[in-house]
Write a protein that binds this ligand. Structure first.
Ligand code: BGC
Length: 328
């Protein structure tokens, strides 16, 4: 996997450095995220850094919370504006099929980031391998619970592929342990609304006084569960394994409220989206696609990887984040 990222970055950096005509019309790229959250601020930072380096205009938009209608409306606006490329993270992969087809028909290359839409005409996906990452979270949960306990799963979406794949990976691991039970309702769905996520975690604790752990699928799920666990005075009794590593997650790991977080490398989702689309605009989509490594199905997937963070490796991880622009 590391080799794949290395070669991809190498090829992209080579292309970025030639064929640039300073007098050409400035390239504009749209990057669409899923909800207002510090997780997406890091994606935006990656996008802005690449845009500055490559002299590209980059536009960023996220709806307030999960909102597929707003996402489609934004994509339509960008198509009408005639942007040169689009990177999108769909809350519902099937709902964007026709708008992505329209963009591609008009010669606007589209790629997905953070969560995929493989049935659309998107050219490639840049982001986490979510099924594998969900399995990693499951293995961490089994280790923390010693193979026994009651777990609540909290997520922001039951349509977005990243959420579905993470939950599948997590469940596939847990299903091998008959003494681990997932409580109902399963999952707890908050539609990427933080206040709702806290409410649902609080209710789960009241309904299940013997709950042993939360699995937080999205970035705000871990901290929301943490809030509920703190209010209930159950820190250390109710464990938390979750995704993402914003400042809030890192403080909660330090405090011992979150046991483990699967950190995504979302800075690169933003950065590479711009590098790829800017080069498609400069050297042509086909020339660009030809250079990218394909998987067995002929698809281009740029796996940005994950890092498992616990109290034990927290300091080293923060150093890594600083190097990557994840903390500034
Ligand atoms: C997911 C995003 C989501 C974000 C904020 C991340 O874990 O990858 O899709 O929008 O959390 O909830």
């Amino acid at each position: 996997m590391r080799d794949k990222i290395f070669w991809t970055l190498f090829i992209l950096s080579l292309i970025s450095s030639f064929g640039f005509d300073a007098k050409a019309k400035k390239i504009s790229i749209g990057l669409l995220g899923k909800s207002v959250h510090p997780y997406w601020d890091v994606v935006r930072r990656g996008m802005e850094d690449a845009a500055e380096e490559l002299d590209v205009d980059a536009i960023f938009y996220v709806p307030q919370s999960e909102d597929i209608a707003k996402q489609i409306e934004t994509l339509e606006t960008w198509i009408a504006m005639g942007v040169d490329g689009i990177s999108f993270a769909p809350s519902d992969p099937d709902a964007v099929i026709s708008v992505i087809a329209e963009a591609m028909k008009r010669g606007i290359p589209c790629i997905s980031n953070d969560t995929d839409a493989p049935k659309s005409e998107r050219l490639c996906y840049i982001g986490t391998d979510n099924y594998t990452a969900g399995k990693i979270a499951g293995e961490k949960m089994v280790e923390i619970l010693n193979g026994k306990g009651k777990v609540a799963i909290c997520t922001g979406s039951i349509t977005a592929m990243n959420s579905l794949e993470r939950m599948k990976g997590f469940r596939d691991v847990l299903s091998k342990y008959p003494n681990i039970v997932i409580v109902k309702p399963d999952p707890l769905v908050d539609n990427e609304d933080t206040a709702r996520a806290v409410e649902l975690a609080e209710t789960a604790l009241l309904d299940n006084p013997d709950l042993d752990a939360f699995f937080g699928v999205y970035a705000f799920n871990g901290p929301s569960a943490a809030k509920a666990v703190k209010t209930a005075g159950k820190v250390g009794k109710v464990h938390i394994v979750c995704f993402d590593t914003t400042d809030e997650h890192l403080s909660l790991i330090e405090e011992g409220v979150i046991d483990a977080a699967v950190g995504q490398r979302q800075y690169f989702m933003g950065y590479l989206s711009v590098v790829l689309l800017a080069n498609m605009a400069r050297v042509g989509v086909e020339n660009m696609m030809m250079l990218l490594p394909k998987n067995e199905e002929g698809d281009v997937i740029i796996d940005t990887g994950v890092d498992v963070v616990t109290k034990d490796n927290l300091k080293d991880y923060i150093k890594l984040l600083e190097k990557w622009g994840g903390k500034r």
